[in-house]
Design a protein around this ligand. Sequence first.
Ligand code: AGP
Length: 611
Amino acid sequence: MCGIVGYIGSREAYPVILKGLKRLEYRGYDSAGVALLNNGMKVYKKKGKVAQLEEEVIGKDLHSHIGIGHTRWATHGEPSDRNAHPHLSKSGKLAMIHNGIIENYVSIKNELLKKGYSFKSDTDTEVLLNFIEDIKANNECSLEEAVRIALKRVVGAYVILLIDEENPDTIIAARKGSPLVIGIGKNEHFLASDASPIIEYTKEVVYVNDYELAIVKADELILKNLGNEKITPYVQKLDLELAAIEKGGYDHFMIKEINEQPDTIHDCLRGRLDPVAGTITMAGVQNNMEQLKNAQRIVMIACGTSWHAGLVAEYIFEELCRIPVEVEYASEFRYRNPVINKGDVIVAISQSGETADTIVAIEKAKEQGAFIFGVVNVVGSSIARLSHAGAYTHAGPEIGVASTKAFTAQLAVLTMVALKIALEKGTITHDRYMHLLNELHEVPEKVKQLLAHADAVKNIGLKYKDASDFLYLGRGYNFPVALEGALKLKEISYIHAEGYPAAEMKHGPIALVDEKLPVVFVATKDAYYEKIVSNIQEIKARKGQVIAVVTENDNVIPDMSGDIMFVPEADEIVAPMLSVIPLQLLSYYIGVAKGLDVDKPRNLAKSVTVE
Ligand code: AGP
């Protein structure tokens, strides 16, 4: 997810663009850049936040009334000056910014390389830009027509803003799958990823739809479809305030990010999992398959929520790949004198890629000859760079301190990795591989379905918000989900909560149970179902208040327990991506009901870069 801003009109373009980029930094902050037109093209760009760009341009010629700006969340090509947007075409006459992923950029790049093109960056954006310029030159057509032709060939998601030194009075924009808003001013237009950079100038906006092209001049906005037919712009009046816009209309980043999960899990699978071909494409796995499939042991190293993802992965990898797995708290691993054998595979899981304990732990393992596979969200982060190979989770920036969409994206990536290794090793049949691949493919839609019942979870949250303690219980794949649910509640509502294997209750913790204690069971239909029904009866018998996450066709547990949260049926291996979401929602609604800052809980930081 990146932030894009464009301006054309009578104002100085640079200040408008810079301020807009700052408003959009929540969408990505790996690098920032701006392209301005005035007696030629001027492009200034810099790795880091928008503040770094501001320093970079001190003393530079910034006078212009037309420009485009970009704040990046890296997907292709790690954060750097050369991978920062805007990109220049080979001729240097075109500059473009892009938000999205061009999935077929490699084939397009190969065509251009054969034509003698060279590339300054690793980005898919530079490929698309030169593809457009190549079409314009070879077809002797307008830039607008070249964009239309190019976009018909493109597979993936995009918003692009393009300016041309030879037509300094026009911005060309197009979108498919990523957002684009155009603000209508008096003889001026504003373009952005959302309305936050626009709202202080005008409340009249046009939301550009998929497969639409916008030709924007100071005093004219033309919308067309890819068939070159004009479309009448539908002008709307903004009724959101600035703060709400950054959160996409949600009250908090946390609830926004919980609701993004159908899209972020889809983004994680996109370009990798192909249910028709029955393939999972992951270069980091494919290129290291010998190392991975012959591992004598896999050690998952992480902290917090990422550690819980490692626990789920332990069940998945042992079940599918028949490789022994250990899951280590990075903070403990780094101070022990762990036994690391050559040939061990370390899976380092981290949203930020900057967690100090995890960094030191994998450095220690690497020194002893272990192979490091990173599962990271932030492209080009320290852990990504320390790893021998890896797979990004593509969940986009996670602003809320509580990790939600990053967790489900981690599970999606880890499940794909395990499936690839298991198929290669022959430890699962092709039928089971295809079954699980389809189960994984269906997760985004099932997440969307269960999010429709968020209000039911909210009511449960309101009912139990004043409890002083909670227990979270689960078995098998849902045991780590119980731990994750307890962590979410602790860090968002400050209520004490413990996660336990449900069967462990009889070894002591059941002494805690009385009529004041809410006990949350993660009890979806799986191999452990009959057992967990018995565990629920044990708690009911002691007057515990039972709350349960169950499969929507369950007609046993709902009759037994007080409050139910339903999730769609799914194979137990992918079920955690579903069963965790009611628990994310429960912690959110309780935290809000208690009037707490759910995006920035006390004592916590988004990335723990210190010991
Ligand atoms: C999760 O909600 C917490 N914010 C925290 O436990 C987090 O998961 C942990 O600090 C690890 O962070 P990382 O994934 O960025 O390495």
